[in-house]
Design a protein around this ligand. Structure first.
Ligand code: FNR
Length: 348
């Protein structure tokens, strides 16, 4: 089977795996508690979900995170997600664009996201090994506002056909950053960034980081499932739970670059806790793929985000916060396993 067929099959299998596999581990947000103020001194109408990310205004801090593209099936999913992102005013990342750079048909499955949402915030996506030329073309293909570079070393190692060469990739990031004219986001996929790892990305030139923690879609499990192999349970405990990762990265970088929290963000409470811990925005993938490929997807996607927005607005009022950014000024409690993690790591 050729490289193109392999890639097409992989895209399809990722979609299928996410429909089948449960989220893995805990994101750790159950250890985070927010504090009500009792007398909020504001009306519900005073609360807005609007925020700012890398110079762009967003009407919600929720980002439809990178998922797919490159095949006819994934083009249809991208079109559905793009219409959803437009209706709801959400930023949206496309899946890895390597496939789209090889043929015009494949390119359409990404370009459709910009065609359907001409004024929205769209994020291009390439892998950690992408060079300057590929990165520039990826940005151009979707008329991107930002570029994500995904770092998925764990996934590659668990993929039979995966990459085994990881030298000099931070240098590559620096070259790409110098060559593209949009902000660059370094994005971990599922292991969770530590504070020092996030700092290295920023030192190499990243304008923002997406921490990609443990607790949601787990690509070690996804790749084991694709191979029909069992997985050693200990691997399911590998990596940094999203709340612990966010605690580390916020302590290092909160005042330096915007932080995007992702990996197992599933509810309005998760979103509010992530923002209170110092995230500027959150990324969600797996749940949106499940809804987008299920029955009545358009209504399902709207209902999902409406529910999350309602919860977020309610929490804002209960905490006397007028906008998402105000949550980061409020005291929070980080207890249990995540609290212990941050203590042991010297982050508080
Ligand atoms: C992904 N993800 C992903 N990330 C990336 O940077 N490039 C990609 O091509 C893909 N492909 C992809 C396919 C599918 C089907 C899913 C569900 C996810 C990873 C995604 O953006 C996110 O980082 C993780 O899924 C963790 O978030 P959730 O799923 O726990 O909300």
């Amino acid at each position: 089977m050729g490289e193109v067929e392999d890639r097409e099959r992989r895209k399809h299998e990722h979609i299928e795996a996410v429909q089948t596999l449960p989220d893995v581990g805990g994101s750790g947000f159950e250890d985070v508690r927010l504090l009500p103020v009792s007398a909020p001194q504001m009306d519900v109408a005073d609360a807005t979900l609007a925020t700012e990310l890398l110079g762009r205004s967003l009407s919600s801090p929720i980002i439809v995170n990178a998922m797919t593209g490159g095949t006819e099936e994934s083009g249809q999913i991208n079109a559905r997600l793009a219409r959803f992102a437009k209706r709801q005013g959400l930023a949206m990342a496309v899946g890895s664009e390597t496939a789209g750079l090889r043929s015009p048909e494949a390119a359409r499955s990404y370009a459709v996201v910009r065609e359907l949402n001409p004024d929205g915030v769209i994020i291009a996506n390439v892998g950690m090994g992408a060079g300057v030329d590929a990165a520039k073309r990826a940005v151009q293909l979707v008329g991107a506002d930002f570029l994500q570079i995904h770092w998925n070393v764990a996934q590659e190692l668990f993929m039979a056909e995966g990459d085994r060469h990881f030298r000099q990739l931070l240098e590559r990031l620096a070259e790409v950053k110098a060559a593209v004219d949009v902000p660059v986001i370094a994005k971990e996929v599922g292991q969770g960034m530590t504070g020092p790892a996030a700092r290295r990305f920023v030192e190499a030139g990243a304008d923002a980081v997406d921490i990609g923690g443990v607790g949601g879609t787990n690509f070690i499990a996804v790749e084991a499932w694709r191979r029909g192999a069992g997985i050693d349970q200990e691997w399911l405990g590998w990596g940094v739970p999203t709340a612990a990762s966010l605690g580390e990265v916020a302590a290092e970088l909160q005042d330096v670059v915007p932080i995007i929290a992702s990996g197992g963000i599933r509810s309005g409470h998760d979103v509010a806790k992530a923002l209170a811990m110092g995230a500027r925005a959150v990324g969600v993938a797996g749940p949106l793929m499940r809804i987008a490929t299920g029955s009545d997807p358009d209504r399902g996607l709207d209902a999902w985000v409406d529910g999350i927005h309602w919860t977020m607005r309610t929490i804002l009022v209960l905490m006397g916060a007028r906008q998402p950014a105000d949550l980061a000024d409020q005291p929070i409690l980080v207890m249990g396993r995540v609290g212990e993690w941050l203590d042991l790591r010297g982050y508080r």
